[in-house]
Design a protein around this ligand. Structure first.
Ligand SMILES: [Zn+2]
Length: 215
């Protein structure tokens, strides 16, 4: 496909011809602005059309630039989509622009429900695999910690952990499971963590605000 660029005072855009369009079409997306001309329509006519639509184009461009926030699940970016009044989150880019505040609230609910299943199952698995015993697993909206372990061996995890890749989540689970045996952050504690996850330091670095967890 041959593209060429035109520049008005305000905007650079791509032009291409297509047999598929019946009328002059302007598309605005993350790749920029494109003018699509049907066969037989002159470039001059196309250019006049763009100039007549400048306000509309600028509006669209401003919407594109708006930061809708990024959503991560298990270390991969997911995109909120609204269909039939319900948000879903998938690896496909959004087909519809949505209200960002609404989307982030919905995303939190979504992450929370995913966390309840995923982290509980993974904790049971890892505890079995490495011989730890715990009482209960709870998912919480913690403000500044990724996890905690009580004297009664109740484990709590921050639902936001679900944004991280599976090995980072595993590290936090192992960290808390190790607290069921050693309730502090002594050298012995870290040696126990390292005996299970030798690369734990690398994973730990990926967690923001980790220092607050350490109290
Ligand atoms: Zn700890």
């Amino acid at each position: 496909m041959n593209y060429y660029y035109l520049k008005t005072e305000k905007l650079t855009y791509k032009v291409r011809r297509s047999k598929k369009v019946g009328r002059i079409t302007i598309s605005v997306n993350s790749d920029g602005v494109e003018l699509i001309l049907p066969v037989g329509v002159s470039l001059r006519t196309g250019e006049r059309f763009v100039l007549s639509k400048l306000d509309w184009i600028e509006n669209k461009l401003a919407l594109m630039k708006k930061d809708y926030g990024k959503y991560f699940l298990l270390g991969k970016e997911v995109f909120p989509q609204l269909s039939g009044g319900v948000f879903t989150f998938s690896e496909q880019k959004p087909t519809l622009k949505i209200n960002d505040e609404l989307a982030s609230a919905e995303f939190e609910k979504f992450l929370f429900s995913v966390a309840q299943k995923y982290i509980a199952e993974r904790t049971t698995q890892l505890a079995f695999q490495y011989g730890f015993q715990f009482n209960k697993v709870k998912i919480k909206k913690l403000k500044s910690r990724w996890g905690s372990c009580s004297a009664k061996k109740n484990l709590s995890f921050n639902f936001k952990l679900m944004e991280y890749s599976p090995n980072v989540i595993d590290y936090v689970i192992i960290h808390e499971l190790c607290h069921t045996k050693i309730m502090n952050h002594s050298k012995t504690f870290w040696e126990l963590v390292e005996s299970i996850i030798p690369e734990y330091k690398k994973l730990r670095k990926q967690l923001k605000r980790w220092d607050k967890h350490e109290r």
